[in-house]
Design a protein around this ligand. Structure first.
Ligand code: PEP
Length: 258
């Protein structure tokens, strides 16, 4: 992390877990133990039907609520989809875009790019995910693959908006598997992502963008991952479902930075 130049962000991704009633229970518990310090931004990205309950619950806190997906179109005949302005109106601040679980359902880099642009246009903070498969890592093409995802995902994002984008590096082989990238592996890729942003924009922009690590981050490994200079926070799945664990990860972000 480097709090001097960029925000530290601890974000939860609930995926398809918790009902609106369970959301209320989680938030009550979470709020009662939430750390008071302001060393990081806290986001919770929840299933669409849980957004109203989550937004209501965090009204008096500094937690921002996010969605797990959006549609790039403003409105129209897209049954079952949710537009970015709907998310804003519902009280969302963030939206996860291009999670590998959605890419596995057919989402392309062009879709990711359109959603990033739509989210920025609406005033949402996109958390744009990228990550390699185990086969790609073993074939030693991780950095080329990630660079391509970043370039395609950020196409058309103007200089004045790039700081608003959060990038989440999530190796697919580490998501929900209990396998975590080592701090060194995660740092290496996050550093390479910053280098891609530097090439696409400027050093100043690259220094200012927050890059998160995601993939079985938990209360035990968070401190070491967050100690890396180019890892500015975490996108956390499983461990964000348990208030005590999520709080411990937030606390791990309270450490001296480079
Ligand atoms: C995720 O869903 O983005 C994720 C990183 O999940 P987990 O922490 O459970 O691996």
């Amino acid at each position: 992390m480097n709090r001097k130049y960029r925000k530290t962000v601890i974000a939860g991704n609930w995926k398809m877990n918790k009902t609106p009633s369970e959301t209320k229970d989680f938030m009550n518990q979470f709020k009662s133990i939430m750390p008071k310090g302001r060393w990081c931004d806290i986001a919770l990205c929840v299933p669409a039907v849980c957004i109203p309950a989550a937004v209501r619950a965090v009204r008096d806190t500094r937690v921002g609520i996010g969605a797990e997906n959006c549609n790039a179109n403003a409105s129209g005949a897209y049954t079952g989809e949710i537009a970015t302005n709907m998310l804003v109106d519902a009280g969302c601040k963030y939206v996860i875009i291009g999670h590998s679980e959605r890419r596995a359902m057919g989402e392309t880099d062009a879709d990711v790019n359109a959603k990033v642009l739509a989210a920025l246009e609406a005033g949402l903070t996109p958390i744009m995910c990228c990550g390699e498969s185990l086969e790609q890592r073993q074939a030693d093409v991780t950095s080329e693959w990630i660079a391509m995802q970043i370039k395609l995902g950020l196409q058309g994002v103007p200089e004045e908006k790039i700081r608003k984008v959060i990038i989440a590096y999530e190796p697919i082989w580490a998501i929900g598997t209990g396998l975590t990238a080592t701090p060194e592996q995660a740092q290496e890729v996050c550093e390479s992502i910053r280098a891609v942003v530097r090439k696409l924009y400027t050093s100043k922009h690259a220094r200012a963008i927050s890059i998160l690590y995601g993939g079985s981050m938990n209360e035990k490994n968070a401190f070491d991952l967050l100690a890396q200079p180019d890892i500015d926070g975490g996108l956390i799945g499983g461990a964000s479902l348990v208030p005590e664990k999520f709080v411990q990860i937030i606390e791990a972000a309270n450490q001296p930075t480079v």
